[in-house]
Write a protein that binds this ligand. Sequence first.
Ligand code: AP5
Ligand code: ZN
Length: 214
Amino acid sequence: MRIMLLGAPGAGKGTQAQFIMEKYGIPQISTGDMLRAAVKAGTPLGLEAKQVMDAGQLVSDELIIGLVKERVAQDDCAKGFLLDGFPRTIPQADAMATSGINIDHVVEIDVPDEDIVKRMAGRRVHPGSGRVYHIVFNQPKVEGKDDVTGEDLAIRPDDEESTVRKRLEIYHEQTKPLVEYYGKVAASGQATYNKFDGTQAVAAVSKEIVAALG
Ligand code: AP5
Ligand code: ZN
C-alpha cells in the first residue's frame, strides 16, 4: 500500500503518519524528518538545507527527489510506504510518475490557515524520532517528555509565527496545485483521493482515514 499525505504545514500529517504506519505496517517517509536529521548530523545536505528550512522556504526539487528515490528503493519499502511532506511541488510529483513510483491513496488533510497558526505555537517534537505532540491537543504522558524514550521534547525552529505564515504562503503557491494534479490521477482510476476535515480531534481524523482506506 502506497499512501501520500497532502496538507498544509501543521495540518497533522506527521500526527496521522504515526497512526497510519502502525495500522498498515508501512514505513513513514517524511522528507522534513530526513532533512532535520541531516541538519542535526551536520552533513553537507544538512548544511545546505538548514537556512532554507529556517526561512520557511522549500529545499530544491532536485535534492529532495534524489533523497526520496534512494529511500523508496530500500527493502522495507517493498511492501509499501507512507509519504509525508512529499511530493510538494508539481516537478516532484512529475518525477515520481516518470520513475514509475505510483501512489495508491492520496489522503488530504484540510485545516484553515488561522487554525494552523494557533496550533503551531503549541507543537512539541521529539527530535530523535520525529514524534509529534501538542501541549493541549495531543499531550505527552509526561509533560515535556517523549512517550517512548522519555527524552526531552523540543520546539521546531521553523514554528515561529512569521515563519509559519511564510510556509503557509509557499504551501498555497507551490503545493496546493497538487490537489488538482492528484484529483486528475484519481479521476483516471490510478489512485483514490480522499479529503478529511483536519480540524476534528486527532482520533476522529484517524478513524475517518481508516474507514476510507479499509
Ligand atoms: P515538514 O517537516 O514536512 O513540515 P510541514 O509540511 O511544514 O509540515 P509540519 O511537519 O509542520 O506539519 P504536519 O502536517 O506534519 O503537522 P503535525 O502532525 O506536526 O517540512 C519542513 C521543511 O523541510 C519545509 O518547510 C521545507 O523547507 C523542507 N522540506 C520538507 N519536505 C520538502 C519537500 N518535499 N520539498 C522541498 N522542501 C521540503 O501537527 C502540527 C501540530 O498540530 C502538532 O502539535 C500536533 O500535535 C497538532 N495536531 C495534529 N493534529 C491535530 C488535530 N486534529 N487537532 C489538534 N491538534 C492537532
Ligand atoms: Zn510533519
